[in-house]
Design a protein around this ligand. Structure first.
Ligand SMILES: NC(=O)c1ccc[n+]([C@@H]2O[C@H](COP(=O)([O-])OP(=O)(O)OC[C@H]3O[C@@H](n4cnc5c(N)ncnc54)[C@H](O)[C@@H]3O)[C@@H](O)[C@H]2O)c1
Length: 391
């Protein structure tokens, strides 16, 4: 199968590229190096060593065989994306190439506009390019569980049956996102659903939980790390907690810490994406998967890091609570369904309680890099204080 990965230089894109190469697939890679640039802009960087894009692609081919045809450019540029899709004619396209930080989108008007315009622009370019050039190809697009928010009822996989004023229908489940980034993903999902109705494009829209971890089988074998961000804008809570533990800083949970989210390991995320590619959506099908396997509260995550860290680092680790910079419910019901990937054959291989030890060990290994960005871990981006045009 020929697979185009849009966003190949990113955390998930890189790990997926290695798996596809190992399994003998043809890989086309697209990236604008946007994340590298924007992370540098907030004076931070990946603490795992990531090679320059051309070098890492060469090294991956040497290690796993095969070749990645790499194109550098912006998915939000229609001419560029038409050129790549028309030249390569992929069987499947995995679209990961978006601004993916909720805090970044909440810094101010410039970042909010950039997130909304770039993310929606890239997706609309892509569905038009597919319709014109590869109408039978399969699109696997990464959305997020954050699109749903935290409603006080179970969350289905995309659609649900509803009865209102005595009439019934199956409708898209309402979305209630909590940042401009998450809303950009909601708008993408609506546009994908419409592109499917218009042209019958085959689309899998993946509502992915928070992905954790530094390793997959291929990364462990080759040492070709994927990025690992730790600052308040680009790093997840778990990443930040692990760095705080290693550097001897208190773990800082936002607010009460009872906020609950879905999680899955990088290894399992790649396994799910492979499954989605190997068993694609049928003709004219738009399907939605909730892709996560475990759910935990922030307090539970903090406890896992404390327990693992105290054993590995042989020191006491403190957990503290800081005012929540985000707009989110701190106590809520959370029960999203996640059956469809299991029905396709997905069996989770990892869990966070065990993997946290590997993450802490890797952070310890690269603690010199982590130390460089230690003043970037504490929250500075406050949702309600997002800067406007006049600030
Ligand atoms: N990592 C997670 O926990 C997680 C969870 C849910 C959803 N997702 C989604 O998965 C996707 C990948 O996430 P990630 O963590 O690998 O992010 P990432 O930022 O590490 O990777 C995204 C890659 O896309 C590139 N990119 C961004 N905008 C681009 C554009 N307009 N044109 C070309 N390249 C562009 C970036 O340079 C980067 O290499 C994102 O869409 C994200 O919203 C991620």
């Amino acid at each position: 199968m020929k697979v185009a990965i849009l966003g190949i230089d990113g955390y998930i894109g890189w790990a997926l590229a290695l798996r596809l190469l190992r399994n003998g697939h043809e890989v086309v890679g697209v990236d604008s190096l946007y994340t590298r640039k924007r992370v540098e802009e907030v004076h931070s960087g990946s603490i795992t060593p990531i090679l320059d894009i051309n070098k890492r692609i060469d090294e991956a081919s040497k290690f796993f065989g095969g070749k990645i045809n790499y194109y550098q450019g912006d998915v939000n540029d229609p001419e560029f994306i038409y050129h790549v899709i028309g030249k390569e004619l992929p069987d499947s396209i995995v679209h990961l190439a978006e601004q993916r930080s909720a805090p970044y989108s909440m810094i101010g008007l410039r970042q909010a506009r950039e997130t909304l315009i770039q993310n929606m622009g890239g997706t609309i370019n892509l569905v038009y390019a597919m319709k014109d050039l590869v109408p039978k190809a399969h699109l696997l697009k990464l959305g997020t569980m954050g699109e749903y928010g935290t409603p006080n009822i179970d969350i289905p996989e995309g659609f649900f049956e509803i009865e209102y004023n005595g009439r019934k229908d199956t409708l898209p489940f309402p979305k209630f996102a909590g940042s401009w980034y998450h809303w950009s993903k909601v708008h993408d999902s609506n546009n994908l659903m419409f592109a499917n109705r218009l042209w019958g494009l085959r689309i899998t829209d993946v509502m992915q939980g928070v992905v954790y971890g530094t390793r997959t089988k291929e990364i462990s074998d080759s040492g070709l790390y994927t990025r690992f961000d730790i600052d308040e804008v680009w790093g997840t809570a778990l990443n930040r907690f692990c760095v705080q533990a290693v550097l001897g800083m208190p773990i800082t949970a936002y607010g009460r810490g009872d906020q609950r989210r879905g999680f899955l390991s990088l290894e399992d995320s790649i396994a799910c994406l492979m499954l989605g590619l190997e068993k694609p959506a049928g003709e004219n099908e738009y399907r939605v998967y909730n892709q996560f396997d475990e759910h935990y509260s922030i307090n539970e995550i903090a406890e896992f890091v404390k327990d693992g860290g105290e054993k590995i680092l042989n020191k006491e680790i403190e957990i503290s609570h800081v005012p929540n910079p985000r707009l989110e419910k701190e106590q809520h019901y959370y029960n999203p369904e996640h059956k469809k990937l299991r029905e396709l054959g997905y069996k989770p291989a990892r869990n966070l309680r065990e993997d946290v030890n590997d993450i802490i060990s890797d952070v310890q290994k690269f603690s010199e890099n982590a130390r460089k960005y230690r003043d970037r871990v504490a929250p500075k981006t406050i949702w309600r204080e997002s800067a406007g045009f006049l600030n």
